[in-house]
Design a protein around this ligand. Structure first.
Ligand code: KMH
Ligand code: ZN
Length: 273
């Protein structure tokens, strides 16, 4: 089986120090958490950034500072900025980190409820425009899908030339579509041949989805953005601790861990670091 790519979503835009005091806000804290994940075995850092008080931002210069700090500590890691940002941000705000020409970035492939009155808006024009800009700049999209209909939309956009093969999907399960093994089997068998996939199980489903993906030949995302607990009721001390748990499960199941350069080959990413 292919080596396992572990992505760590170290920060997110919604989770706070009230949820877990180890959630990073400052440039130094973001560097520290990325390094802990990298040293534990993560080859991709999915990156949101915050101002020092925890407010989420897509500010280009804040991204630049955080990317430099991560690069200093983790020279070869793949850095994947978010273009989702936080609910309510404009498209222009969200696109700022793309100007820094990262190797990868997220591309959210649909609109969905995000709890309470919040709606995470991604219109068809937004998705097509983000995809076009990423293609022009040679940034590999990780296609974020929250249900099977978003896979179907991505396949239509591939046929229309907006999304290039081989496509890489992140199934974010436990927000809209349930995080069960049955749902993961269904959605992962719905993507085109030659595509790759990872799964982010939200909340208590994080390690169940990780174990299932390891067994099925997919890849895994963990991190404070998705879950702040290492086990029931016990807060994780770091993002690295979450990654270490995935590495332990993978070892038990006989799956080797991909280095960042091995991840680049699997995902068809041209190195840019
Ligand atoms: N924070 C969410 C509104 C992404 O990074 O692309 C969007 C999100 C997805 O986290
Ligand atoms: Zn994100």
């Amino acid at each position: 089986m292919e080596k396992l790519i572990i992505t760590c979503a170290i920060c997110g835009a919604e989770v706070t120090k009230e949820n877990n005091p180890n959630v990073p806000y400052t440039v130094e804290e973001i560097g520290r958490e990325a390094e802990s994940a990298y040293k534990a075995g993560a080859s991709i850092i999915h990156l949101h950034v915050r101002w020092d008080d925890g407010t989420p931002t897509q500010d280009k210069e804040r991204f630049r500072a955080c990317i430099e700090e991560i690069r200093r500590r983790c020279p070869d890691v793949i850095i994947q900025p978010s273009t989702g940002g936080a609910v309510g941000m404009s498209d222009e705000e969200r696109l700022q980190p793309i100007e820094l020409l990262p190797e990868m970035a997220t591309l959210d492939c649909g609109t969905l409820n995000f709890g309470g009155d919040e709606i995470f808006v991604n219109t068809e024009n937004t998705i097509k425009n983000f995809a076009r800009i990423m293609n022009e700049k040679g940034v590999k999209p990780e296609i974020e899908v929250f249900d099977k209909g978003m896979v179907d939309l991505a396949v239509r956009y591939h046929k229309q030339g907006y999304l290039l093969a081989p496509m890489h999907f992140d199934f974010v399960l436990g927000v809209q579509m349930n995080a069960t093994v049955r749902d993961l089997a269904y959605i992962s068998s719905s993507i085109p041949e030659g595509s790759t996939w990872t799964v982010a199980g939200i909340g208590k489903s994080e390690f169940l989805m990780a174990a299932a993906a390891i067994a099925m030949g997919g890849h895994v995302r963990v991190g404070f953005e998705d879950n702040v607990y290492i086990s029931k009721g016990v807060l994780a001390k770091s993002n690295g601790e979450l990654v270490e748990k995935v590495v332990r499960i993978a070892k038990e199941l006989g799956r080797e861990i991909a280095t960042p350069d091995e991840a680049r080959k699997i995902l068809n990413i041209k190195p840019r670091y």
